[in-house]
Design a binder for this molecule. Structure first.
Ligand code: ATP
Ligand code: MG
Length: 554
């Protein structure tokens, strides 16, 4: 992205204030990072953080690292490490040669913990996790000091080394920072900074059986990499004094990262947490991490969103200090804006009903030119075949229409896009009274859909039955719907996926996965990257055409 397109200047003013203030002082560079934990796939909320961190670095001529925060051996996996890189690249950002793993700092972190012990700022504690929790106190009551708090430096050094050497079982001992059990900030009440976990780590294998806690590891990782501005979400605000304490007490770093918190992205009727997403995937309630209904980056990609639509969305919603919920229609607006000018418009019928044009000669057909985009001549036109039997959308016919129904109904005329006016003369029904076929006549004087003697209000799309090709078309609704009886306030929407047996014009027979089209009157669609083949065409609806959402004027 070019600098002048980087709009974070307009929206993230509180962040700019800090950075500019720092640059007036001793600091002469800006270095940020995006630090995902590789325990799931990235989602749209992460995209906000990625755009912000890489965007700020670019704006200030600085750098942004990609760092895997892989200090927890329990949940991490190479699959996630790979997918995260793929997603960030796809979004259009580049960490160049600055790909780091927190796990590669394990030795340094250990050495820093030893520094704290030597300074009398950390101690080995024998209390269980339960006991530590119960001695923490709460907002009104100070915590109780651990009986092990005053061990000598020598004893602590010895025990910590033996923890590292695997002499103790999981949970038997921890290393705790020695800060203040009466601090009004509970994070400062002698937090655990190392725990024992006899577990194989996806990167460091069995080299370590003690692992640093996030609140110790994270500030150390930032400091090791010379991160100047550690941008994170609001829930870490109360941890900032601890982070600053850790870096100050270790006392070896030139740059003390400045942490700046911003509000997470929340989207209406969307659950973003990796844990929730992971459960949906593992219990096979969705078609993998890239199910187009998910808000994962790969799901959104398979759904048909473009990288620029997501970057524009992140700019549009801005960066704030207060939590809020963004209407998912804003995201949809961004993809429509991105696709509207250069996506070819074709005809597809999702819920087909046959129309026989009884005065059109049997066995005859003709080719009619149809423009590929109403406002973009560069996309040219194509020839569309027309004949006696066509399909139209079942919805585009009503036997007993209300007033102001401008589509097809008995004795009424409608324009077939690019073809002719037709008038309905009757219907055929099955034994249950369902309409199985519509009968119509056409007016040969209205070729191309033009007529000088009379007007029709409705124009509908159609496909020529003899040459139509079959496709599965997936339509989506929100994956979750509000449900007060459920723990998280939501339950799965049983109607989130509707599969249509559609009829398409033969122009679409050679589509490749990820090709995008506008299906006239129906929305923007993409050939599915996972299931669309030469033998079976599968399309996903990216977004419908209509929305009630209007962006605020810039
Ligand atoms: P989740 O809660 O979905 O599991 P996480 O915060 O645990 O996400 P991390 O891998 O730790 O996931 O996140 C990497 C970065 O992305 C962090 O800096 C985090 O603050 C940021 N981030 C995560 N979720 C959002 C969100 N909804 N909006 C903005 N930034 C986010
Ligand atoms: Mg996290």
């Amino acid at each position: 992205m070019a600098n002048e397109n980087n709009k974070f200047g307009e929206t993230a003013s509180f962040i700019h204030n800090y950075i500019q203030e720092d640059l007036k002082g001793e600091l002469n560079k800006v270095h940020t990072r995006f630090p995902p934990e590789p325990n799931g796939y990235l989602h749209i909320g992460h995209a906000k953080s990625i755009c912000l961190n890489f965007g700020l670095a670019e704006l200030y001529g600085g750098k942004c690292n990609l760092r895997f925060d892989d200090t927890n051996p329990a949940k991490e996996d190479m699959e996630f490490v790979n997918s995260i890189q793929e997603d960030i690249k796809w979004l259009g950002f580049d960490w160049e040669d600055r790909l780091y793993y927190a796990s590669s700092y394990f030795q340094q972190m250990y050495d820093y913990a030893v520094i704290l012990i030597k300074k009398g700022k950390a101690y080995v504690c024998d209390m269980s996790a339960e006991e530590i929790k119960n001695s923490r106190g709460d907002l009104r009551t100070p915590g109780k000091e651990s009986p092990w708090r005053n061990r000598s430096v020598e004893e602590n050094l010895d025990l910590f080394e033996r923890m590292k050497n695997g002499e103790f079982a999981n949970g038997e001992k921890t290393l705790r920072a020695k800060i203040d059990m009466a601090s009004p900030n509970i994070n400062m009440r002698d937090p655990v900074i190392y725990r024992i976990s006899h577990m194989t780590h996806h990167a460091s294998g069995d080299e370590w059986c003690i692992y640093p806690m996030y609140d110790f590891a994270h500030p150390v990782e930032d400091a090791i990499e010379g991160i100047t501005h550690s941008i994170c979400t609001l829930e870490f605000e109360d941890h900032r004094p601890l982070y600053d304490w850790v870096i100050r007490e270790i006392g070896v770093f030139d740059v003390i990262p400045r942490q700046i918190e911003f509000a997470k992205l929340n989207l209406t009727d969307t659950i973003m947490g990796k844990r929730y997403l992971r459960n949906l995937v593992e219990t096979k309630q969705v078609d993998g991490w890239d199910d187009p209904r998910l808000c994962t980056i790969c799901g959104i990609r398979r759904r048909g969103y473009t990288p620029s639509s997501i970057r524009n969305f992140c700019e549009m919603i801005g960066v704030a200090k207060a939590n809020s919920v963004v209407d998912v229609q804003q995201l949809e607006y961004c993809i429509r804006e991105d696709l509207k000018n250069d996506t070819p418009v074709v005809m597809a019928v999702l819920d087909p009903i046959k129309v026989t044009i009884t005065n059109y000669p049997e066995g005859k057909s003709e080719l009619l030119p149809v423009t590929n985009h109403p406002d973009n001549e560069a996309l040219g036109e194509r020839m569309v075949e027309f004949g006696r039997e066509i399909y139209i959308e079942r919805e585009d016919f009503m036997e007993e229409p209300p007033k102001k129904y401008f589509r097809l109904s008995p004795d009424k005329e409608v324009r077939l896009k690019g073809a002719y006016f037709i008038k309905c003369t009757g219907v055929k029904k099955d034994e249950n009274g369902n309409i199985t076929e519509i009968l119509a006549t056409y007016d040969p004087e209205t070729k191309g859909g033009n007529c000088t003697t009379r007007k029709v209000k409705g124009t509908i799309h159609w496909v020529y039955a003899d040459k139509a090709i079959d496709a599965k078309v997936n339509l989506y609704e929100n994956l979750v719907i509000p449900d007060e009886s459920s723990d998280n306030g939501y339950s799965l929407n049983p109607d989130s996926l509707k599969v249509c047996d559609a009829k398409l014009e033969p122009y679409l027979k050679d589509v490749k996965p990820m090709d995008r089209f506008q299906f006239m009157r129906l929305g923007y669609f993409i050939a599915d990257s996972k299931h669309c083949t030469k033998d079976e065409l599968v399309f996903n609806r990216i977004v419908s055409l209509k929305s009630s959402f209007k962006p605020a004027k810039a």
